[in-house]
Design a binder for this molecule. Sequence first.
Ligand SMILES: [Fe+2]
Ligand SMILES: [Fe+2]
Length: 268
Amino acid sequence: MEKYLDQNIKDIIAAYPGVADVLNEYKIGCTACAAGTCRLRDIVEIHNLPGEEEEKLMGRIALAISPEGGLKVPKSSRKAAAPAGGLKYSPPLKRLVDEHVLIKRLLALIPRLVAGVDLRSKEGERLARGGLKFIRTYADKYHHAKEEDILFKYFDGGLDVIKVMLQDHVTGRGHVKGADEALAAKDGAAAAEHFLAYRELLTEHIKKEDEILYPWMDRNLSTKQVGELFSKFNEADEKFDPALIAECEAIVTGLEKLPGAAEKRLKA
Ligand SMILES: [Fe+2]
Ligand SMILES: [Fe+2]
């Protein structure tokens, strides 16, 4: 089994397609990943399964590779995954998780915005442009900038897990540009498509950060680095105009007053 641990997951899946089904069962989305050059060893490490679960997963993968059972599964040295009471984050990463909360409130409003408002109308365009302003300002310049310019710099930029996250940010910017252009061209359907695609992308992106990426980063950051991150995040936040943050919060609160939006939020 050892020799497979250092192989790229896409190569393993190409040679042994059954491995993809096993990973999917464990909600490890390698088949949907755009890069796929993670080593099997890294995937197991990043997902931080409890030792027993890890051994079970490796056993299943071993059988998918060699159904006659010739591969020896290595013993796991891992103790446990998420601590009782949910995921715990270091203070700087907790701040990013908290910022996700406001972004998720905006994402939850998108279906209502695109279905309940005529985006070609003056009022519809005003509301949609508010949503774009929030995404560009709060989600991108405030939040993603801290990830890209500070946090991710502490890790090897060649790692798939970082490359995929950066690519999501780029794809998101493409949808914002697309929605902006569609609104200008009074093409409500195209604007709606970009908004919905952005919602789907960012919802999944935030889930990956909250549940996989940030906990993995926290496990790999030293106490000194956590302290540095905390100071650097403070510096970045202090440079950011507080009036813009207040404006972004007001955009979300305003959109939440759309008819039906409150019920949507409760269900989201
Ligand atoms: Fe991100
Ligand atoms: Fe994020």
